[in-house]
Design a protein around this ligand. Structure first.
Ligand code: SAM
Length: 306
């Protein structure tokens, strides 16, 4: 049921005294991240999740799914650039890219910066996310209407399962899982059979990257678990991370896997000139590509244990 609010009244269960509070015993035990709210733009329960969009005081418009911040207009570029350009520059010759989730369009906007990528597919389960992103997050959602992009409205897991017996032409060079967190419609994206489906949907040099949904300071055991799951399927599995103030309390880890055992992933195999990097990106560059795989000693020991 829709409860659109265009008033200054900040009546929403997740907003207390004018502050949106991101509270989750599962993801942020014992702590909460808050953003000051100017106006609720939309609050609605879709078929799949609770969707909230609000205008914040310092971070522009904010999309929240099931109580967890997904993007803010101010810092989204950090995450979108890293989850997109790390796998694409780690691949020798990417032509086809699949995005699972990502209905805000931000990852698509970044994929479109690669002129040699000729086929781009986005599989988003929730039409409401697309609709609200077009209205309130236009700098991301503009990519959804690009002619190089095909948008499929369906479950990403089912899309991959349907690809299982398809011909090589249907397969992808890079697959980016830009999903929500593991306690809603994206639950299956953190299990071994999902990574098996990803592996099956890739061409021979294929690379995947998945939002691991974890801050290494808070839930490092889950990162270790996900890395082990991936290692059962892919010969190369490496963790990199992004710093971003509003996303999983300031830092988010990404799990990057290669089907080709000789691909290093932490080394861009293609590079732009410095001028091109400056023109195209605000966060990504070839140095930060390498550096993002260098983990603090304690985190490295735990994530790569066994
Ligand atoms: N970049 C932000 C992040 O990772 O938090 C935003 C991503 S948000 C747009 C993730 C999207 O994944 C949501 O729009 C959600 O509807 C979609 N999603 C969740 N489960 C899905 C599924 N099973 N199939 C396809 N899309 C899914």
């Amino acid at each position: 049921m829709s409860s659109e609010s265009t008033t200054k009244e900040l009546t929403h269960p997740l907003i207390v005294d004018g502050w949106f509070r991101e509270v989750s015993d599962e993801f942020f035990p014992g702590q909460a991240f808050c953003l000051k709210v100017e106006k609720i733009l939309h609050a609605e329960k879709s078929e799949f999740q609770d969707v909230l969009v609000f205008q914040s005081t310092n971070f522009g418009n904010v999309l929240v799914l099931d109580g967890i911040i997904q993007v803010t207009e101010r810092d989204e570029f950090a995450y979108q650039e890293m989850i997109t350009h790390v796998p694409i520059f780690a691949h020798p010759n990417p032509k086809k890219v699949l995005v699972i989730g990502g209905g805000d369009g931000g990852v698509l906007r970044e994929v479109l910066k690669h002129p040699d990528v000729s086929k781009i597919t986005l599989v988003e389960i929730d039409d409401l996310v697309i609709k609200l992103s077009k209205k309130y997050l236009p700098k991301m959602a503009v990519a959804l209407d690009n002619e190089r992009v095909e948008v499929k409205l369906m479950d990403g897991f089912k899309y991959l399962a349907d690809l299982k017996d398809s011909a090589d032409e249907e397969k992808y060079d890079v697959i980016i899982t830009d999903s929500s967190d593991p306690d809603g419609p994206a639950e299956a994206f953190f299990e071994q059979n999902y990574f098996e489906l990803l592996n099956n949907a890739l061409n021979k040099n294929g690379v995947v990257i998945s939002m691991a949904s974890e801050n290494m300071w808070l839930m490092i055991q889950n990162l270790q678990k996900l890395r082990k799951i991936c290692a059962k399927v892919f010969p190369v599995v490496k963790t990199c991370y992004v710093t971003i103030p509003t996303y999983t309390s300031g830092q988010i880890s990404l799990m990057c896997c290669s089907k080709n055992p000789d691909l290093k992933l932490n080394e861009p195999v293609r590079k732009l000139t410095k001028e091109e990097e400056l023109k195209n990106f605000k966060y990504y560059n070839s140095e930060i590509h390498r550096a993002s795989f260098v983990l603090p000693t304690w985190a490295n020991e735990i994530i790569y244990k066994d």
